[in-house]
Ligand binder design. Structure first.
Ligand SMILES: Nc1ncnc2c1ncn2[C@@H]1O[C@H](COP(=O)(O)OP(=O)(O)O)[C@@H](O)[C@H]1O
Ligand SMILES: [Mg+2]
Length: 253
């Protein structure tokens, strides 16, 4: 289990997270929703230890990231695969080199074994045979899936997705959603998915958390989300212009 306990984060004087509390259940898919700029990516980066809280903590299997030694942190990070919003693939490398990067640096696998594993990963994400392509030759949906294959290379227990369907057409979004579901079940992965694609939310979530003004405003099942009486949450999920949420956040964001 991952626990986020009373997490605060400021950038300069701007408070982005103001006491986030959230538990991520093992083996489940938790989606995190909220308006653009509300701090979803910032929260994900805290979970993988790329950002450090100003107050509060992130516990992985009961242990606070902030209490870990560099070695311990490294071991925990190996259990986590992060699929970045823009794919974050290296354009100068082939697909195979991108996916095999972690395996080359952190395992003793031979080149042939790495090649073999990369091919299997590409099959798993529905892109067999594209090893030699460069990221610039791929469509948006393909890049996201290559990025996912790279995240899966180290056999992670947790996979964190930052807006996996943003910018994709509805069919490709559905393919990605199916993939997230399938990987979660077949590989016994715990998934955290940041998204504002409500169709995905209802399709893939076991639990949904909505981040609003720096706190978790809603936390429950997709059915509970559909039936919530919270007018702020309702406005968000229905995408209404009129309502308590103003077009520009109060602090000018
Ligand atoms: N490294 C950073 N330095 C300063 N401000 C940041 C940094 N990262 C994010 N922010 C700010 O924090 C806010 C939340 O960002 P983010 O988590 O990326 O939003 P989103 O919910 O769209 O993913 C934004 O106002 C953003 O400008
Ligand atoms: Mg983001």
């Amino acid at each position: 289990m991952i626990q986020i306990v009373n997490l605060y984060k400021y950038f300069q004087d701007k408070r982005i997270l103001s006491g986030v509390n959230l538990e991520i259940e093992t083996g489940k898919i938790t989606t995190i929703v909220g308006r653009s700029g509300c701090g979803k990516s910032v929260l994900l980066k805290h979970i993988v230890g790329l950002l450090h809280p100003d107050e509060g903590k992130v516990l992985i299997e009961g242990e606070a990231l902030s209490d870990m030694t560099t070695d311990e942190l490294f071991e925990v990070r190996k259990k986590m695969g992060l699929v970045f919003q823009n794919g974050a693939l290296f354009d100068s490398m082939s697909v195979e080199e991108n996916i095999g990067l972690g395996l080359r640096e952190h395992t003793k696998l031979s080149n042939a074994e790495i090649s073999n594993k990369v091919s299997k990963l590409l099959e798993m994400v529905g892109l067999p045979g594209i090893e030699k392509y460069r990221p610039s030759e791929l469509s948006g949906g393909m890049k996201k899936r290559v990025s996912l294959a790279r995240a899966l290379a180290m056999d992670p227990q947790y996979v964190l997705y930052d807006e996996p369907t943003t910018g994709l057409d509805p069919i490709m979004s559905a393919i990605i959603d199916d993939l997230i579901l399938r990987l979660n079940n077949d590989l016994n992965i715990t998934s955290i998915v940041v998204t504002h694609d409500m169709k995905s939310v209802y399709k893939i979530s076991d639990r949904v958390a909505m981040l609003h003004y720096g706190i978790v405003r809603f936390n429950g099942t997709p059915d509970e989300l559909k039936n919530t009486n919270d007018h702020v949450v309702r406005q968000f999920i229905e995408g209404n212009v009129e309502g308590p949420i103003q077009p520009v956040l109060k602090d000018g964001r």
